[in-house]
Design a protein around this ligand. Sequence first.
Ligand code: ATP
Length: 366
Amino acid sequence: MPLPSNTLRIAVMPGDGIGIEVTEATLAVLEPLARRHGIGLAFEQVRAGAICYRDTGTALSDESFAAAAAADAILLGAMGWPSIRMPDGTEVAPQLDLRMRLGLYAGVRPVRAIPGVPVALADPRAQSIDLVIVRESTEGLFFSRGRGTVTDDMAEETLRITRATTERLGRFSFALARRRAATRGRAGTVTLVDKANVFRAFAFMRAVVEGIAPEFPDVAFRAHYVDAMALDLVRRPWDFDVLPIENMFGDILSDLGAGLVGGMGFAPSADIGDTHAVFQPAHGTAPDIAGQGLANPTAMLLSAAMMLEWLGARGAGQGYADAAAELNAAVDGAFAGGLRTPDIGGGDGTVAVARAVAAHLGVAEA
Ligand code: ATP
């Protein structure tokens, strides 16, 4: 069948370990869903990751980077492998290079309770958890990656916060809170997470975000220290909405958030910049379960829904927004209907999830 004339190019980077398995399951659902909505998606496989590094000596070749950068969106599985290391001992992580090189400053990590998926907290309000961590993804402590100094006696890494990126992160977060408020029929709140009581860099960050808050008078603004936020994410996560946060703090708290709503298998993410975006599950390559058909592809399916929504919001057409909403609803419907993956104690593996979600969409998986 010929592709629709408005076909968009999606660079698909399966990566390593379970990244390959969850990518396959996601494409099996996305392809028929796209066909049904008449939206043209041309998937182009792009090689990168730890195995690629082992086999070719480069984790992300110039050619792969160019293919990813030229695409309309990038869909990524997971990359890295514990035994494959760079000469300095760190893991191979080209997904971090993509964030830096494409300026993907907003790491959007929704933490949402899915009906039927066990939550970590016994309080019935935990069923209503629906917040988004917006992890700054190009600077903070990760800015020091590859730049730290190590001598016999000392190691040093330096955190960087810039006004320009903080303003972008802040505006992105307020705009997100505004959109969420509109679709949920309630007020929006941005809570900046920092450590402004101890570090000048975070006092600076807070002052910058406070400075742009008046541009969004309909969205409430608060700030919270990161240690208190760790406590409150366990004590009352249902009270939060949009949480912009420095890179390293966001790395840690987004795993905590995932733990609240079923674990890494249920944690989607999008790394968004002004011109490019990468959509990938928040989890890694899970060497302990790789190759066994046990990986839960839900996080990647939900990341793919975020991709469709983002493409739709950029003007690709209503079909994208509709397909995104349907995919989210189908995931919810499948779990509400009894689907149970091994990571939450069930027996439904990677393929079974793709099948169940496709069945809820009313499409035959590819
Ligand atoms: P990274 O260090 O990049 O975060 P990782 O695989 O070591 O990668 P996580 O992604 O945090 O770390 O995963 C930790 C564990 O959680 C995995 O080893 C695996 O047991 C489990 N896990 C992660 N993702 C999934 C998934 N999609 N389905 C099932 N289990 C998962």
